[in-house]
Write a new protein. Structure first.
Lengths: 350, 398
């Protein structure tokens, strides 16, 4: 990886009229991608789930093609591939619904759930409990689901304001992390779904689920988080303060009294000029992280660079609008996808 | 629209109410906000009480209502304008009320905003980590210390036109506002009558009972001269049954200035009273198991021409909103003082507010009213003599 020397342009796929909100690689097929998108920049109108394939031509150049699309009544803000069924994918929608699609079928979802009362902004499929996925919403709740059940399995009243993302731990099946408008990261243990208590809680009108740990991560909104794949209880956060922060939360003791406040900030990555909309750790290198920002760039950083080396490894500035999503290929090391409000999906080698 | 607002907040970094609602252990929070009854100077319940006696009673009530050991208080700040020996009285009254000698006291004076400045000073000390818990108090006895007008200035200073305006009477500034900004007598009487009617309604409905603590003070028997203790429990300046027509009959108070539209009916009364606010970090409040009423977000002050000092809120409020990342629409309750209807009408008009709640009240009133309405954001603001305005932003705890 190097910042010098000419680089081939990224493989690009345009989806006219639909601004992107999220991109994700299939865990089963190393060429398949899904993009959640919305008309009118997601402010009002329809949504569309795009399925695309990446291929390498004989010269090693990457190319993208659109395989299929599914239309929805309201904007789509996120998508997560099933970990058990290679053709299934769940989407999160502005109308509060979740929909499960089978990409071998046409037009209609195979399941739909309507419980959230506001925009659903994230969805994540557990890769440890493979029949379970989690959604997070602007209504402040996080819900746990399984495709077989018509209702959610569990609701966490995680925050009093928007929950922008909820993500299962890659190491422990019952642990998940959330981030919110309220500037905190929280870690929840689903085995202890107790409500918070004490003088400062109002369990009558406004109950809040007890978190194992609350990290006061920023004075502004936290828009994205990710669990480090190699170091349990190390997380990254990104948000309106333009910073990416790496949090060591190993002080969390599963089974201990809930409600702890803590988290120690290991590293800050400075450079984005507007809010950071997405952070994702590399699945191949524990110190490498990709970020997407409203400053129209997608960046790759080394959070623990060798002495004298900069943290910033790579800037992709091929987008002409907000970059809102980025996703590492799970199979091809160093291949990154980015998507944005310019309706353009880019795939490139870092 | 929520989507547009959320996006705008993410891009500009001003995150509006949602961000203000965020709870951090370092937040400066209010766990107690109480006030005395507000009484007419020279005629009302506190007419014979001294400033230091009002301080003493306010301190006693603060200790009684704080639910904490008084020795935990790291500093006391007392806002007072007219009492020349204010800090002597404040320290002595604090000790007499039961604060141990280890609890220090300071005084602060920015005219009408002194109570808010006391809150702000304590809040800043907490924010800076100098203290964990502090008490902010505002006290004024205009019976004992009437406003006898500004001082004589040095000739060199008086040669500066704006400087020369500083010591001039408040009534003159009211007439200047009315004349410069075309606030008619009719508009002023209309506004003042509505304020009286709202105050009457609130008083009858018992809205103020949540914030008023009974005050035990001395009253002098006019026949014998003997001082006896009485308990005052209610505001005595609210004139029931006030209408615009009643007010229209009152003669001009300042016929010599401007159009002479200010009267005893559309200007605020001269008042005796006190208020007290206990502040601490959220961490401390939780540790002590205290109920949190609200969070202090910020206070801003602005300067305006001394000759129209009443317009201060027009500049202080937008600055406070900007500093806290709010828009006007985010605010559930604006509370602007009503020194004179002229100045209050102008502020409400210029800021394009619904005239929902005005009147000379304190933070205790604003937070109490916010609780009653189940609103979240309070902006409380006042004009300040010599040409200033101040505005404080508070978020009620949910």
């Amino acid at each position: 990886m190097s910042m010098s020397g000419p680089r081939p342009p990224p493989a690009t796929l345009q989806t006219p009229g639909f601004a992107h909100y999220s991109v994700t690689w299939s865990p089963f097929h190393n060429t398949r991608l899904a993009v959640a998108s919305a008309a009118n920049f997601g402010l009002v109108g329809n949504g569309r789930l795009h399925l695309a394939s990446v291929s390498a031509n004989p010269g090693g150049m990457l190319a993208l093609s659109l395989d299929k699309q599914f239309d929805t009544q309201d904007g789509l803000y996120d998508a997560a591939w099933s970990e058990i069924h290679e053709n299934q994918i769940v989407t999160a929608s502005g109308d509060g619904s979740l929909k499960l699609w089978d990409i071998m079928l046409n037009d209609h979802p195979i399941r739909a759930w309507q419980e959230h009362t506001k925009e659903v902004f994230s969805v994540d499929w557990s890769n440890l409990k493979k029949d379970t996925f989690v959604s997070s919403s602007w209504d402040g709740t996080v819900k746990i689901w399984t495709p077989e059940r018509p209702r959610s399995l569990m609701t966490l009243n995680a925050h009093h304001s928007c929950v922008y993302q909820a993500l299962f731990s890659p190491h422990q099946p019952d642990i998940l992390a959330t981030c919110s408008t309220d500037g905190t990261l929280r870690i929840f243990d689903l085995r202890a779904p107790a409500y918070a208590s004490g003088p400062n809680t109002n369990s009558f009108t406004n109950p809040l689920s007890a978190s194992m740990l609350t990290v006061p991560a920023s004075h502004t909104e936290i828009l994205s988080l990710d669990w480090n794949k190699y170091r349990p209880f190390v997380l990254a956060s990104g948000g309106v303060d333009k910073l990416v922060k790496v949090w060591d939360c190993r002080m969390v003791k599963p089974g201990a009294e809930p409600g702890a406040v803590g988290g120690s900030c290991e590293t800050q990555l400075m450079g984005h000029e507007y809010a950071v909309r997405k952070v994702q750790w590399s699945p191949h290198r524990g110190e490498v992280i990709a970020t997407a920002s409203y400053d129209m760039s997608c960046r790759v950083w080394n959070t623990a660079p060798p002495a004298g080396q900069p943290q910033l490894m790579y800037i992709n500035d091929a987008h002409t609008e907000f970059v809102v999503g980025c996703s590492w290929s799970l199979y091809d090391q160093g291949v990154l996808a980015s998507c944005g409000w310019d309706s353009r999906l880019n795939v490139f080698r870092v | 629209m929520e989507r547009v607002k959320r996006l705008a907040a993410q891009i500009t970094g001003t995150s509006g109410v949602a961000a203000l609602e965020k709870k951090s252990p370092d937040d400066v929070v209010i766990t107690m906000a109480i006030r005395s009854p507000l009484c007419k100077a020279k005629k009302g319940g506190f007419k014979d009480a001294r400033t230091d006696e009002l301080m003493l009673e306010m301190f006693r009530q603060s200790i009684a209502h704080s639910n904490i050991d008084p020795s935990l208080i790291g500093d006391i700040c007392v806002g007072n304008v007219l009492c020349t020996d204010g800090v002597y009285h404040a320290r002595a009254a604090a000790l007499a009320a039961g604060f141990p000698e280890t609890v220090p006291v300071q005084g602060i004076n920015r005219f009408c905003s002194s109570g808010l400045m006391a809150v702000t000073t304590i809040s800043n000390q907490i924010r800076a980590g100098q203290i964990d818990i502090g008490l902010a108090v505002g006290v004024e006895s205009m019976s004992q210390n009437p406003d006898n007008g500004g001082p004589v200035l040095s000739e060199e200073i008086a040669a500066h036109p704006a400087a020369a305006d500083c010591p001039k009477p408040m009534g003159w500034t009211s007439e200047n506002v009315a004349e410069d900004f075309n606030i008619s007598r009719d508009d002023q009487d209309d506004f003042a009558a509505k304020s009286f009617q709202k105050a009457e309604k609130a008083d009858k409905a018992g809205y103020f009972q949540g914030e008023i603590v009974p005050f035990t003070v001395y009253q002098t028997d006019p026949a014998t001269g003997a001082r006896k203790r009485v308990i005052i429990t209610k505001d005595d300046g609210i004139r029931y049954g006030t209408t615009k027509d009643n007010l229209a009959k009152i003669r001009s108070a300042f016929p010599q200035w401007g159009k002479g539209t200010t009267t005893g009916g559309n200007a605020s009364q001269i008042t005796d009273g006190a208020a007290s606010v206990l502040l601490m970090t959220r961490r401390k409040a939780e540790e002590l198991g205290l109920k949190i009423i609200a969070k202090h977000v910020t206070t801003t002050v602005a300067g305006v021409p001394p000759r129209v000092m009443g317009i201060g809120p027009v500049f202080a409020i937008p600055a406070a909103l900007q500093k806290s990342g709010l828009t006007k629409e985010d605010v559930d309750l604006f509370e602007i003082n009503e020194a004179f209807a002229s100045q209050a009408v102008y502020c409400v008009r210029e800021l394009a507010l619904d005239a929902r709640c005005t009147g000379a009240r304190q933070i205790a009133t604003g937070l109490n009213e916010l609780e009653r309405r189940k609103g979240r954001v309070l902006v409380t603001s006042m004009c300040i003599g010599t040409g200033m305005g101040a505005a404080g932003v508070f978020v009620r705890e949910a």
